[in-house]
Design a binder for this molecule. Structure first.
Ligand SMILES: [Zn+2]
Length: 484
């Protein structure tokens, strides 16, 4: 009878609200019965759980740096000394009563913060809430960001690929080649392939909860950390975590972090729950065509946000200098390529997961998850298992099983990148080192350009590029070219 009791509770809330409205001009004090704190690398969030809504005024004071939170007509029945401030910018919390019955909370902070606050109505889990976020201006959203030089190399590669896509769309593949083909072969940058690992949920969002109380946000963070360790321990790869502690990151923010960190791939880790305790097994999701199509439309329509979202961040997919039609074609091309990569990698990950766990579905499924909607970063969402199944819940808690899941996801992603290494990656360089023995192959030397290699071998640059699937005209010393 959960429905009936839910109704009863809602009616009770309604009656309370009416009763307090009835006392005109004499607002009853809200009781703040709990304060929760979530520390992230770029902000700290404080959530005040209260018996009824109350408005607040939040402002900063200097010398020393403080944040003042004045909550109208409220009492505090929570000991602020119980708050764990570790990892946050807050050194101490003090409270006092204001004239007229309000509550004042003063936070001593050890860095420059930008506060913002909002209220939330009650939901299934919580009562009325006041949320105060203290953002740290200039701070990175991740605790282990990528190296600026790696970011620069990646930007160059993205720019070259984009130029190639544009040339194909505009039908003038030859033109940019003539100009760029005289570029001397560059030392191979041997860059790391960046994998954004996204642990679902976090902070006040626990995700699904198992029959024994296991919280999805906790197990997926453990799996994500194990996956990061596995990736970072592999030459040629680096992982970044969209969150690496217990705090919430917005869905759009997760894809934004992946883009800022120049991720080659994004994988979001979750654990399913359904009403029945029966279903079990792992599933892998890519973005659905429907989701992609409507997303494409959404990106194109919101032209103001678009500059910000697509181009404003790093210019990797800057479309605001193109006309409408070309923009649409470019975006479709990019999204189709991204989705093909996602599906191919998803197949590899599913294959690996099938070796250590039952699969819920034998193929990669597709759905319109927001975190999968980066138009230019191949993305997967892995439901590692059903936390609602008691047996699988126990497995998900086990460190050994978590490590196996992380290893399977890792192996699937790596298998994909070994087959399709980005041109400036260490993996591409390694692949080229392993070749170069056959008579129709040529290893690029310092001073070579695309046109000198083509001329020497009596072929056109276009034929040389086609035979090698070159996206750009940039040659790397040590790169092995197939001579058609
Ligand atoms: Zn989830």
């Amino acid at each position: 009878m959960p429905l009936a009791s839910g109704h009863r509770r809602r009616w009770a809330f309604g009656a309370l609200a009416l009763a307090s409205l009835g006392i005109a001009g004499q607002a009853s004090a809200a009781d703040i019965h709990n304060i929760r704190l979530w520390a992230a690398p770029d902000h700290v969030r404080l959530v005040f759980d209260m018996s009824s809504p109350a408005s607040a005024n939040v402002f900063t004071l200097n010398d020393p740096d403080r944040v003042v939170i004045d909550v109208d007509s409220s009492d505090l029945s929570f000991n602020v000394d119980d708050l764990d401030l570790q990892g946050s910018a807050i050194d101490a919390v003090r409270t006092g009563t204001r004239e007229g019955g309000g509550l004042r909370v003063v936070l001593d902070v050890n860095r420059n913060v930008a506060p913002k606050s909002f209220t939330l109505p009650p939901n299934d889990q919580y009562s009325d809430r006041l949320v105060v976020d203290l953002d740290y201006p200039g701070a990175s959203a991740v605790s282990d960001p990528i190296d600026p030089i790696e970011a620069m190399i990646r930007d160059q590669e993205i720019t070259a690929q984009r130029a190639q896509t544009e040339a194909v769309v505009q039908g003038n593949v030859e033109t940019p080649s003539q100009v760029a083909a005289t570029v001397e072969a560059q030392p191979h940058p041997k860059r790391d392939i960046i994998i954004a690992v996204d642990a679902g949920h976090g902070g006040e969002d626990p995700g699904a909860i198992g029959p024994s109380g296991t919280r999805e946000k906790d197990v997926v963070l453990e799996i994500a950390r194990k996956l990061k360790n596995r990736i970072d321990g592999t030459p040629g790869f680096k992982a970044i975590l969209t969150r690496d502690d217990d705090y919430y990151v917005g869905l759009r923010q997760r894809t934004l972090i992946a883009r800022q960190q120049k991720a080659d791939f994004f994988v979001s880790i979750h654990a399913d729950a359904v009403r029945s305790s029966q279903p079990y097994g792992s599933s892998v999701y890519a973005l659905s065509q429907g989701g992609a199509t409507s997303e494409s439309a959404r990106w194109l329509a919101a032209s103001e946000n678009q500059a910000d979202l697509i181009g404003g961040v790093d210019g990797s997919l800057s479309l605001d200098d193109k006309d409408e039609v070309l923009r649409g074609v470019l975006l479709d091309l990019t999204m189709t390529a991204t989705m093909n990569d996602s599906l191919a990698t998803g197949g590899q990950v599913l294959d690996q997961l099938g070796r250590i766990n039952k699969l819920h579905k034998s193929g990669v499924e597709q759905a319109g998850f927001v975190v999968l909607k980066s138009p230019d970063i191949p993305s997967l969402l892995v439901e590692t298992g059903f936390i609602s199944n008691p047996k699988e819940e126990a497995q998900l808690r086990s460190s050994g099983h978590q490590a196996q899941l992380a290893q399977a996801i890792f192996a699937g992603i790596v298998a994909h990148f070994r087959q399709h290494p980005p041109p400036s990656s260490l993996l591409a360089w390694q692949r080229d080192q392993g070749r170069g023995g056959a008579s129709n192959e040529y290893r690029v030397r310092a001073g070579d350009t695309l046109s000198t290699v083509a001329n020497r071998n009596g072929i056109t640059m276009q034929a040389l590029k086609q035979a090698n699937g070159l996206d750009s005209d940039i040659l790397r010393v040590g790169q092995v070219l197939t001579l058609p």
